[in-house]
Write a protein that binds this ligand. Structure first.
Ligand SMILES: Cc1cc2nc3c(=O)[nH]c(=O)nc-3n(C[C@H](O)[C@H](O)[C@H](O)COP(=O)(O)OP(=O)(O)OC[C@H]3O[C@@H](n4cnc5c(N)ncnc54)[C@H](O)[C@@H]3O)c2cc1C
Length: 377
């Protein structure tokens, strides 16, 4: 069996790792010219679902590295006012954090020769004798038995397979910042995470403190080639649809954040002023929910391409990784002759569409919880 995967995001790479480890031929085709293109490095909260999927797909030899690059999130969630006085404390929580850019590098380990960059997928044709042909913007094409669209929220595979599945724009915009961690900033997040609010604007702060810095792991194992990312503080401010500051193209994301937090404690303002410009962005909160099933065939979808959540849910990557592991298991059934290919893909889609829709619904409920008077107006 030959599997063509479109998109070298978390889901596509995780699937490629899992399939290749199972002896199933899989190649990934990625539009970006290389893995460092564009803003890629934000912190992801990894739950049991995502972590166990990663472990199932990654070779055992990489498990110690996976554990080493995580960050521990433990303790109470603290709520502060804009003068940094404690307002309330939520019960302790426990999870791990991982940096998306670092994780993508780890997911490339050992399969780099099967990942083609600079390949923008444009469309597919089902072949008369079964199978599928994927076409790319550079005029090339590739044939396989199964095409998996793991090409994110604007999926070109979805556009052809399920054109009536819409992308919904919540209108909410998120300022996502990353600031190198200092002891002064670390003190703002004594536990799992910290919310700071003046009653109008709310800012969420979280730590990405690697158990072992990627640069140290590179010294131990240079072949890993992990990016030299340092510890950082991740912060998020949500803006309501139509917020007046969104109509100010003259302002950078950093300037908008400073404007919103005018009069706040100097430590919070210093976090914003110290933001790493390459990895701090204004994001549109858009979602895709699987609305209808498409006719079964040699094309399927995975991750944000079919169930794109709002980051407020903290579940998009976990769900994409779970998809990869589920599809891997179904295709192993095909490899072992237990199920025909069409039955395996159908079984995968039946499960995935159901929990994928629930993941999106959960993230939208959480988006409501994030709304402050400022984001709701
Ligand atoms: C700020 C932020 C914080 C988040 N926090 C969390 C969190 O804490 N927990 C969590 O579980 N999730 C979180 N998420 C969501 C998570 O990042 C996504 O759900 C996840 O990365 C989706 O993975 P994916 O592989 O489906 O898609 P993507 O990671 O979007 O990858 C898609 C890939 O396809 C490529 N591509 C696109 N079009 C084409 C084409 N035509 N041809 C070839 N390649 C193409 C893209 O370049 C990209 O590399 C967060 C998201 C954001 C933005």
């Amino acid at each position: 069996m030959k599997v063509i995967i479109i998109g070298a995001g978390l889901g596509g790479l995780c699937l490629a790792q899992g399939l290749r480890a199972a002896g199933i031929e899989a190649t990934v085709h990625e539009r970006d010219p290389d893995i460092t293109a564009r803003f890629q490095g934000y912190r992801i909260g990894l739950g049991e679902r995502g972590d166990s999927a990663l472990r199932a797909c990654l070779p055992q030899a990489l498990h110690p590295v996976l554990d080493a690059v995580k960050g521990d999130l433990a303790g109470e969630r603290v709520r502060l006012n804009h003068r940094l006085e404690r307002v309330s404390t939520d019960p302790p929580a426990l999870a791990v954090a991982i940096d998306r850019h670092v994780l993508r590098h780890l997911l490339l380990s050992g399969i780099g020769a099967h990942v083609r960059f600079g390949k923008a997928f444009t469309g597919y044709d089902q072949l008369p004798g079964g199978g599928v042909r994927a076409r790319f913007a550079d005029g090339s094409s590739v044939d396989g038995d199964l095409l998996v669209g793991a090409d994110g929220i604007n999926s070109a595979v979805r556009a052809q397979l399920s054109p009536s599945t819409p992308v919904e724009d919540s209108g909410v915009r998120a300022l996502i910042g990353r600031t190198p961690l200092t002891e002064r900033f670390a003190a703002l997040v004594p536990g799992f995470g910290t919310g700071v609010s003046d009653g109008e604007v709310a800012m969420m702060l979280g730590l990405m403190r690697f158990r072992v810095l990627p640069s140290v792991l590179n010294e131990l194992a240079p072949e890993l080639g992990l990016p030299g990312v340092g510890h950082y503080l991740r912060w998020v401010i949500m803006l309501a649809p139509g917020h007046p500051l969104l109509a100010r193209p003259d302002l950078s994301m950093r300037e908008i954040a400073l404007e919103l937090t005018r009069g706040w404690h100097a430590d919070v303002r210093a976090v914003i002023e110290g933001a790493d410009r390459d990895n701090s962005v204004l994001l549109s909160i858009r979602t895709v929910s699987p609305a209808e099933r498409w006719p079964p065939g040699p094309v399927t979808l995975l991750g944000d391409a079919i169930h794109a959540t709002s980051p407020s849910g903290g579940n998009g990557a976990n769900t994409a990784l779970h998809d990869a592991d589920l599809l891997r298991r179904k295709l192993i059934d095909v490899r072992d002759g237990r199920v025909p290919p069409a039955g395996a893909v159908d079984a995968y889609e039946t499960e995935m569409v159901s929990y994928g829709a629930e993941a999106v619904a959960h993230s939208l409920r959480e988006l409501d919880r994030f709304r402050t008077p400022a984001t709701a107006r």
